[in-house]
Design a binder for this molecule. Structure first.
Ligand SMILES: [Fe+2]
Length: 238
């Protein structure tokens, strides 16, 4: 079990597949080129471990189907990009940017999301302590104030997207932001670091909460991993 946790946490941290590079084209020149492919990271907990806040069925589908699809399509787009660059095909290089942003963003965001969650038995929902706890109180009055703000913004987000608690390295303040589709937080500003990201796509809650996104948002805080968020915050602040 300990070994599995070590391995899964390591793969979550990198998201990179330790495989031979994909070779494109032919001949000796192409053998020195290649792109690194990305792999679906394992979850550091079982699919059913977040119940009753998030059902095992949702977690399995979300991870095995949705996240996997982003990874697959991201790798495909990167391989096509490598080929287009090799050929000097500027038009295709530009055309691929939206697929890279969407699928690459999906992979980046979900890799953070899995780490933002943890079972109650492992500290899920335990309020942030130390410097992040102080910062939350300073910026939002209290943890309840932050939760209320994120839930309101997440519920109001039209269509699909994410609601984030981020740390702005420039202003050294905590911020709440939303992003559309699979845009990562950094697309809002390059100085933003995600601490907690909540997926508000319907695939994250519909099987359990139907169309009632506010109930999903209310319950997800029971399994938020504040220990992870605090580690990221402390690292950025040090
Ligand atoms: Fe998702």
């Amino acid at each position: 079990m300990a070994l599995r946790l070590m391995l899964t946490r390591k793969s979550l941290a990198s998201g990179l597949r330790a495989e031979p590079s994909v070779l494109l084209g032919s001949g000796l020149a192409s053998q020195s080129r290649g792109v690194k492919t990305f792999a679906l990271p394992d979850l550091p907990y079982d699919y059913g471990a977040l119940e009753p806040a998030i059902s095992g069925e949702i977690m399995r589908l979300h991870h095995q189907k949705h996240h996997q699809t982003y990874v697959t399509n991201y790798n495909k787009a990167l391989e096509q990009l490598e080929e287009a660059i090799t050929k000097g095909d500027a038009s295709t290089t530009v055309k691929l940017q939206s697929a890279i942003k969407f699928n690459g963003g999906g992979h980046v965001n979900h890799s953070i999301f899995w780490k933002n969650l943890t079972p109650i038995s492992e500290g899920g929902g335990e309020p942030p302590k130390g410097s992040l706890g102080w910062a939350v109180d300073t910026h939002f009055g209290s943890l309840e104030g932050l939760v209320k703000k994120m839930n309101a913004e997440g519920a109001a987000l039209q269509g699909s997207g994410w609601v984030w608690l981020g740390y702005d390295k420039e202003s050294q303040k905590l911020v709440v932001e939303t992003t559309a589709n699979q845009d990562p937080l950094v697309t809002k500003a390059p100085t933003l670091v995600p601490l907690v990201g909540i997926d508000v796509w319907e695939h994250a809650y519909y099987l359990q909460y139907k169309n009632v996104r506010p109930d999903y948002l209310k319950n997800i805080w029971r399994v938020i991993n504040w220990k992870y968020a605090s580690e990221v915050y402390d690292k950025e602040c040090s």
